[in-house]
Ligand binder design. Structure first.
Ligand code: SF4
Length: 231
């Protein structure tokens, strides 16, 4: 089985396992999604959703975030890791969105990554979920699962993983694959306790076979989370 055939098999299996995989960050528009993804670095989606449930009631437009002192916004997101720098980035982002984009989040990858606190992963999530442009955002789950399944090397950067996945996955399936790999990593191939004994991919997974050997110790590098968002 070559790499593309192996990927096809994996895509079909995870589609069966998680047919309804979707973005778990609650949002009502592209601007709210951008704020939610920015907040999700080093924080679970669950916590972000708890915070945005009230945050998005109070702050509806970019202007609203600029009409309060930074300290007030910090307090409103204080349950989230790195809340001070995130609050600062949100206000800077809102200033740019108002001044340069007439109050709307830019609909281009380049425009998004120019915003403070918005990296390649966030831009990919916004482009794919808010604007329907196919993209594979590589978060901690996508990175770990891709490496465990042998689609990327342990030493590959996030960008290298993304490029390898884009070559192997048909473009029209990029966005859905991103969601399904996240669900697969979040609920099945977990960082600390992957469900190898009941995994339908065990036959083609070196990591899983290694883990099934008697006396396996958690010494593998892929056990260690490397990317911020552990949601
Ligand atoms: S066999 Fe184990 S490590 Fe491999 S994909 Fe399945 S759960 Fe993950």
């Amino acid at each position: 089985m070559n790499a593309k055939q192996k990927m096809r098999h994996v895509l079909d299996i995870i589609a069966d396992m998680f047919p309804d995989a979707h973005c778990e960050l609650n949002h009502g528009n592209p601007f709210e999604l951008t704020i939610a993804v920015l907040l999700s670095a080093q924080c679970t989606d669950e916590t972000v959703n708890k915070v945005t449930a009230t945050l998005f009631q109070k702050y509806k437009r970019p202007e609203d975030y600029l009409n309060v002192p930074l300290e007030e916004l910090e307090q409103d997101i204080r349950r989230i890791g790195l809340f001070r720098s995130k609050a600062s980035n949100i206000q800077k982002l809102c200033r740019i969105v108002i001044d340069k984009y007439d109050g709307a989040v830019p609909e281009s990858h380049e425009g998004l990554t120019e915003l403070p606190g918005v990296g390649r992963k966030t831009a990919n999530v916004v482009m794919s979920n808010a604007f329907g442009v196919p993209a594979i955002a590589v978060d901690t789950h996508v990175d770990r699962v891709s490496k465990r399944l042998g689609f990327a090397k342990e030493t590959d950067s996030v960008l290298e993983v993304e490029k390898k996945l884009m070559k192997l996955v048909p473009r029209e399936e990029w966005t859905l694959t991103h969601h399904r790999l996240i669900f697969f990593g979040r609920y099945h191939c977990k960082a600390q306790s992957p469900q190898c004994p009941i995994c339908p991919l065990l036959d083609l997974c070196k990591e899983g076979k290694l883990r099934m050997k008697p006396g396996f110790k958690t010494k593998n590098k892929s056990m260690k989370p490397k990317i911020a968002n552990e949601g």
